[in-house]
Design a binder for this molecule. Structure first.
Ligand SMILES: Cc1cc2nc3c(=O)[nH]c(=O)nc-3n(C[C@H](O)[C@H](O)[C@H](O)COP(=O)(O)O)c2cc1C
Length: 230
């Protein structure tokens, strides 16, 4: 039986985290910077706006305020180390893109560079800056969006791991968004949801039986190992 555990209110941030992690690139007066930002969210569809909560001490926060624009680059698992590296130091005195060995290419509508090897790129103009608690919400007006055909076609395809977005779990832990599921809704005569139809029940029972068999087989091997040691 799964156990429910009481968490700290600050755990809300990590429970909500796993969307794609963004690498935010900025440029101002011939200086460029890049930092991973996990706290992002779409905040309006038409016009399209996105929000990012960034601590005011980050160099990225200043770069966005000065340049009035930023780009969101979405990496896949191939850029795991580079993504984490960019979050371990400030770009105030270092060209982090260079230190991370990342190549860039020109954006279409803004000056901030876009990172090669990412899966998608969102170019934004700064629309609003809202102070909230210890972070600042930077709201960007989306100006241009590009994505790899292998990764995205109106939604993330999640067909191949290397073309699926990285997500940030906390600490040095990341995941890859995957295992796509399609939700089909069936209702009974009262309009209530049929959570599992006959086919799905059969499939689940088959899977559970397979898992039981596997567990039993592993148990036998474990037992054999123990008997050999005796
Ligand atoms: C995966 C990851 C996600 C992060 N998300 C955020 C975030 O959402 N907001 C934030 O203010 N800092 C976040 N950080 C911390 C900044 O990326 C980090 O402080 C970085 O060094 C800032 O660089 P800068 O000072 O050059 O802007 C994150 C770090 C990592 C590794």
């Amino acid at each position: 039986m799964p156990t429910r555990r009481l968490c700290d209110p600050t755990d809300a941030r990590r429970l909500l985290n796993p969307g794609p992690v963004a690498i935010v690139t900025t440029t101002w007066r011939a200086m460029t910077n890049a930092a991973p930002i996990a706290w992002t969210a779409p905040v309006s569809m038409e016009p399209p706006f996105v929000g990012m909560a960034i601590h005011p001490h980050r160099h990225t926060a200043d770069m966005i305020r000065f340049s009035q624009e930023f780009a969101i680059n979405i990496p896949g698992p191939g850029l795991l180390k580079q993504t984490h590296f960019l979050g371990t130091l400030s770009g105030v005195n270092t060209n982090k893109l260079e230190s991370a060995g990342l190549e860039t290419f020109g954006a279409q509508r803004i000056d901030a560079p876009l990172i090669d090897g990412c899966l998608a790129w969102i170019e934004c103009g700064l629309h609003d800056v809202i102070a909230i608690g210890d972070h600042t919400l930077f709201v960007g007006r989306v100006i241009k969006v590009q994505a790899l055909e292998e990764a995205y076609a109106q939604q993330w395809l999640l067909k191949e791991r290397r073309y699926s977005p990285l997500t940030y779990i906390g600490g040095a832990n990341y995941g890859v968004i995957g295992d796509p599921l399609v939700a089909t809704i069936e209702t009974d005569v009262q309009g209530g949801l049929i959570a599992e139809n006959a086919d799905e029940r059969e499939q689940r029972e088959e899977e559970e039986a397979r898992e039981r068999e596997l567990r039993d087989a592993e148990g036998d091997e474990g037992f054999e190992e123990l008997s050999k040691r005796d």
